[in-house]
Design a protein around this ligand. Structure first.
Ligand code: FAD
Length: 491
C-alpha cells in the first residue's frame, strides 16, 4: 500500500483521511493538539457541555456520503434531526420572527410579524435556489483550478457580466432591490457572515446561502456538533487510519519536485501523498519555507473571526430556541467596524446558540448552555483585552434589555474564545474562521487550489483553500482531494 499523511485532524482532514483510506492508502493523520476536530471542539464546564466552534449544520448528506462510500450505513454511526423552526430573530424595535423550516410558513410568518409580502419572500428563496443551482457545480464541487478554461480572462470577463449570478452587485444591494423592510434585508444580509464576509461588499451571488438553510434545511446531530467529527474518526479508525496526537508537523519534505513525507518534533514520516489540512498560509510559511509561495493567494484578505462567551445560565428562557439572533440597530455601521475600522461595533448583532434546548443533558436541570457569539475582525494586533471587556458589557446590556432580564447574575460559569486563541489552538492564520473572505467577486478564483502545481503528491483541504470555509465546504474540499489523488495499488 502507498502511504499518505494528513497534516491536521480538522473536519476536512478527517474526511480526506477517510477518502484516501477508501482509495487504498495507508493513512496516518498527524495532529498537533491532544484530540481531533480542529475548530470543531467541545468542552464541559461545571455541568454544562458546549460545542466550542461551529453550531449550524447544513448539507448533512455530505457526512452521510462518507459512510456510504466506505460501505457503511450512515445511521449506524451518525444521526441528526431537521430543525423547525431554524432560527429565532429579534430586532431592537421589539419585533421578532421565527424562521420556520417550510418556506411557505416562513413567508407567512414574515408577512405577519414584519408586514413583508409573503410572495416576495418565497420569490427570494426561489431566487436563492436558482443561484445555488447555477453556481454550485462550477464553484463548489470541482477543482476550479484543474479546468484551465475557467481562468482564461475571456471567461472571467463573461462571468463578470452575468448579472443573473449576482456578480455585478453586492448582497445588500441585491436584497434591497427585493425588499423595502430594512429588517428583512438585514435578515438576508446576515448570510454573508456564514463565510465571514461583509454583505455590503460580497457579491450578490452569495445570496445562494439562504437556500441551504431555508430550502434544504438546517440540522442538529444527535449528541451535538462534535458528533460529526467523532463519528467520522470512528469510521476512519475502522478503515485503518492511524491518528497521532501531540504530533506537530514542522516540515513537509520534498525531493525532485515531489513530496517525500513530513517531519515532526518526534521524527520523520515517509509518504507518497501529503494532504495539508493546516491553514494554507502557515503551510507555506512554516512547513515549506524553501518553496516559492503563491503570494497573491496568501495575501487575500482574511475572513472575519469570532468572539464567544460560553455562559452557563441558571434559568430557562422559553422564548429562545437553538439558534437565536439579536440584531444590531445599524448593520452597515457594524460591518464598517469589522472590515474597515478592524474593531467591534458598540452595538453588535449577537448570536445565542443553546444546544440544551434540544439535548437537556447539555445543562443542569432548569439551566441553559449559552454560546454567545459576536462577529469580529480577524487579528490585526488589536487590543483584544479591551475589546473583549467592552463587548461583554455591550452584549450583557443588549440581551438584558431585549429579554428584559438582568443577565449577569444568571451566569454560573464562563469561558471566552477570541481570535488570538483560535489562531493559537488551530494555526488558523490571524484567527480567521473561514480562511480568506469572499468580499470581492474574484475571491472564489483566488483561493488556493486543492493541489500543488509545483510539488507532486501535495494536496490541500480545509477551510482556507478551495472551495472555502464552513463544515460543508471543508467536506467538499476533501472530496475534491479524494478525486485528484490517484488510486493506490492495493497490497
Ligand atoms: P481546522 O478546524 O482549521 O483544523 C485544522 C487542524 O490542523 C487543527 O486541529 C490543528 O491543530 C491542526 N494543525 C494545524 N497545523 C498543524 C501542524 N503543523 N501539525 C499537525 N496538526 C496541525 N462552520 C459551519 O459550517 N457552521 C457554523 O456554524 C460555524 N461556526 C463557527 C464558529 C466558530 C467559533 C468557529 C471557530 C468556526 C465556525 N465554523 C462554522 C467554521 C468551521 O468550524 C470551519 O470551517 C471548519 O471546522 C474548519 O475545518 P478545517 O478542516 O479547515 O480544519
Amino acid at each position: 500500500k502507498k502511504t499518505a499523511i494528513v497534516v491536521g485532524s480538522g473536519i476536512g482532514g478527517i474526511a480526506a483521511a477517510i477518502r484516501l483510506a477508501v482509495k487504498g492508502y495507508q493513512v496516518t493523520v498527524l495532529e498537533a493538539n491532544t484530540t481531533f476536530g480542529g475548530k470543531m471542539q467541545q468542552f464541559n464546564l461545571q455541568g454544562y457541555r458546549f460545542d466550542a466552534g461551529p453550531s449550524l449544520f447544513t448539507l448533512p448528506h455530505l457526512v452521510d456520503e462518507l459512510f456510504t462510500l466506505a460501505g457503511r450505513t450512515p445511521a449506524s454511526y451518525f444521526r441528526y434531526t431537521r430543525l423547525d423552526p431554524v432560527t429565532h430573530y429579534f430586532w431592537p424595535d421589539g419585533s421578532a420572527l421565527k424562521a420556520y423550516a417550510d418556506p411557505a410558513q416562513f413567508a407567512e410568518e414574515a408577512e405577519q410579524q414584519l408586514g413583508v409580502p409573503a410572495k416576495a419572500v418565497q420569490q427570494a428563496l426561489a431566487k436563492s435556489a436558482r443561484l445555488y443551482k447555477g453556481t454550485a457545480d462550477t464553484f463548489l464541487h470541482k477543482s476550479l483550478h484543474k479546468a484551465g478554461t475557467y481562468l482564461s480572462p475571456d471567461v472571467l470577463k463573461a462571468i463578470g457580466c452575468l448579472s443573473d449570478l449576482g456578480l455585478t452587485t453586492n448582497m445588500h444591494a441585491a436584497n434591497q432591490k427585493l425588499f423595502q423592510d430594512p429588517r428583512f434585508v438585514q435578515l438576508l444580509d446576515r448570510f454573508a457572515t456564514y463565510n465571514g464576509s461583509d454583505p455590503y461588499q460580497a457579491p450578490g451571488t452569495l445570496n445562494l446561502i439562504p437556500h441551504l438553510e431555508h430550502n434544504i434545511g438546517a440540522f442538529y446531530p444527535k449528541g451535538g456538533i462534535y458528533a460529526i467529527a467523532a463519528s467520522l474518526v470512528k469510521l476512519a479508525e475502522e478503515l485503518g487510519v492511524t491518528f497521532r496526537y501531540n504530533e506537530q508537523v514542522t516540515r513537509i519534505t520534498t525531493a525532485a519536485g515531489a513530496v517525500t513525507g513530513v517531519e515532526t518534533h518526534n521524527g520523520a514520516y515517509q509518504a507518497a501523498v501529503v494532504v495539508s489540512n493546516m491553514d494554507v498560509v502557515p503551510t507555506y510559511r512554516k512547513l515549506l519555507p524553501d518553496q516559492p509561495a503563491p503570494e497573491k493567494t496568501l495575501q487575500q484578505p482574511r475572513s472575519s473571526s469570532a468572539l464567544i462567551f460560553y455562559w452557563g445560565i441558571q434559568r430557562a428562557f422559553p422564548e429562545l430556541h437553538l439558534h437565536n439572533i439579536f440584531f444590531s440597530q445599524n448593520y452597515k455601521e457594524e460591518f464598517e467596524h469589522i472590515f474597515q475600522h478592524k474593531t467591534i461595533a458598540p452595538d453588535p448583532t449577537v448570536y445565542v446558540n443553546i444546544s440544551s434546548k434540544l439535548d437537556p443533558t447539555d445543562a443542569p436541570a432548569g439551566c441553559e448552555n449559552w454560546f454567545v457569539m459576536v462577529n469580529v475582525p480577524h487579528n490585526q494586533g488589536q487590543n483584544w483585552q479591551q475589546l473583549i471587556a467592552a463587548t461583554r458589557t455591550a452584549v450583557l446590556n443588549k440581551l438584558g434589555s431585549m429579554l428584559q432580564v438582568p443577565l449577569e447574575p444568571l451566569i454560573a460559569c464562563e469561558q471566552v474564545l477570541d481570535p488570538l486563541l483560535i489562531e493559537q489552538q488551530t494555526s488558523s492564520f490571524a484567527g480567521a474562521l473561514y480562511g480568506s473572505s469572499s468580499n470581492n467577486r474574484m475571491a472564489a478564483f483566488l483561493r488556493h487550489p486543492n493541489f500543488s502545481g509545483r510539488i507532486r503528491g501535495l494536496y490541500f483541504c480545509g477551510g482556507s483553500v478551495h472551495p472555502g470555509g464552513g463544515i460543508p465546504l471543508c467536506l467538499l474540499s476533501a472530496k475534491i482531494v479524494g478525486e485528484l489523488v490517484p488510486e493506490s495499488e492495493k497490497a
